[in-house]
Design a protein around this ligand. Structure first.
Ligand code: AHM
Ligand code: MG
Length: 333
């Protein structure tokens, strides 16, 4: 057997160690950071699973920077995640969808910065529908030993060194990439371990699912409506959970396309480049799919602010190519 093949059933810890051994100059810091993220995922898994029992469902009574009502679990997840990363000491700064500015972890020797959406799919929290945590890891630009600066965070997605998500669904899964393929791990609660179950995930080049909030139909750009009409003419299935991680995960495995175009309410789309789009774009490309904002590759967008939004079209490569033929009719964003 090829000594580089890591078998299904391997624990995440061992997987990370084996991968690190394939890079003789690896310092182990990224490996440790990935372990910290997995730990944070386990903690949030625990909170999500007992949410109905300990009064952490419902609104928190405040709004986040985007003016959206925060749920108690949004806040709990944010606190837990930031704490796990601070304690891990590999990260000098964090940005979070739930917080306005940069979080200086005071671990100024840390080489990495992290962007997180601690709990994506807020509207589904109270009704026991799948939600997720999304993360992106970048190498800092500023010198090690100094506090992080804005430039460290405003890096385009193609600079990510790792990205992934934890899906709290019918089981909890961690799916991540470090730029060498995508692997998926299922959380085995009784062992307290993430176990490798999906090796080198490849998304089908074409699928039969389109995912979009058709309630926004009246304000979709005409080319998007035409594309959705095309999907209907092909008898594709419409599947939309309203939790991006869950919709993405299903389409990743089954093949499909997810669309969040500009709308009247959100004229640059609703999703956030730094906390949602970049991580999923990195994953989908690693799995053989594509992600754009209708004009350019998501990973090539130069961010100008921490909380900027962008339209998101993401999924199977041939479906994305087809969408492109509609978008090219007139450039739409
Ligand atoms: P959130 O991060 O506040 O939960 O918002 C992002 C969510 C995505 O998970 C989901 O795809 C989208 O918002 C759903 O939006 P809509 O309800 O407009 O369809
Ligand atoms: Mg989100």
């Amino acid at each position: 057997m090829d000594k580089h093949v890591i078998p299904i059933g391997t624990t995440l810890d061992r997987f990370i160690m084996r991968k690190e051994q394939q890079f003789p100059y690896a310092s182990g810091e990224l490996s440790q950071l990935l372990r910290d993220i997995a730990l944070a995922g386990k903690i949030i898994h625990r909170e999500v699973n007992r949410a109905g029992l300990i009064d952490i469902t419902g609104a928190y009574g405040s709004q986040n920077i985007q003016g959206e009502e925060q749920q108690k679990l949004d806040v709990v997840a944010d606190v837990r995640f930031v704490r796990a990363l601070k304690n891990g000491r590999e990260v000098c700064g964090i940005i979070s969808e739930e917080q306005e500015g940069v979080i200086d972890t005071e671990n100024h020797d840390g080489r990495y910065i992290v962007a997180i959406d601690p709990l994506d799919g807020s509207s589904n929290i109270d009704v026991n529908v799948s939600i997720g945590t999304i993360f992106s890891i970048y190498r800092r630009i500023s010198p090690v030993g100094s506090p992080p600066v804005m430039e460290d965070f405003l890096q385009p997605g193609h600079k990510q060194v790792a990205a992934g998500y934890v899906l709290y669904g019918s089981s909890t899964m961690l799916v991540y990439t470090t730029g060498y393929g995508v692997n998926g791990f299922t959380y085995e609660q009784t062992l307290g371990e993430f176990i490798l179950c999906d090796v080198d995930i490849h998304t089908p080049p074409v699928g039969k699912i389109y995912s979009t909030n058709e309630g926004n139909w009246n304000s979709f750009p005409p080319q998007i409506r035409e594309y959705i009409d095309f999907c209907k003419s092909q008898c594709y299935s419409s599947r939309y959970i309203g939790s991006l991680v869950a919709d993405f995960h299903r389409n990743l495995f089954k093949g499909g396309i997810y669309l969040y175009p500009p709308t009247q309410k959100a004229n640059n789309g609703k999703l956030r480049l730094m906390y949602e789009c970049n991580a999923l774009a990195f994953l989908v490309e690693q799995a053989g799919g594509k992600a754009t904002d209708g004009k350019q590759r998501i990973l090539d967008i130069q961010p100008t602010s921490l909380h900027q939004r962008c339209p998101l079209y993401i999924g199977s490569s041939q479906m994305m190519d087809k969408l492109d033929t509609f978008l090219q009719a007139t450039q739409v964003r």
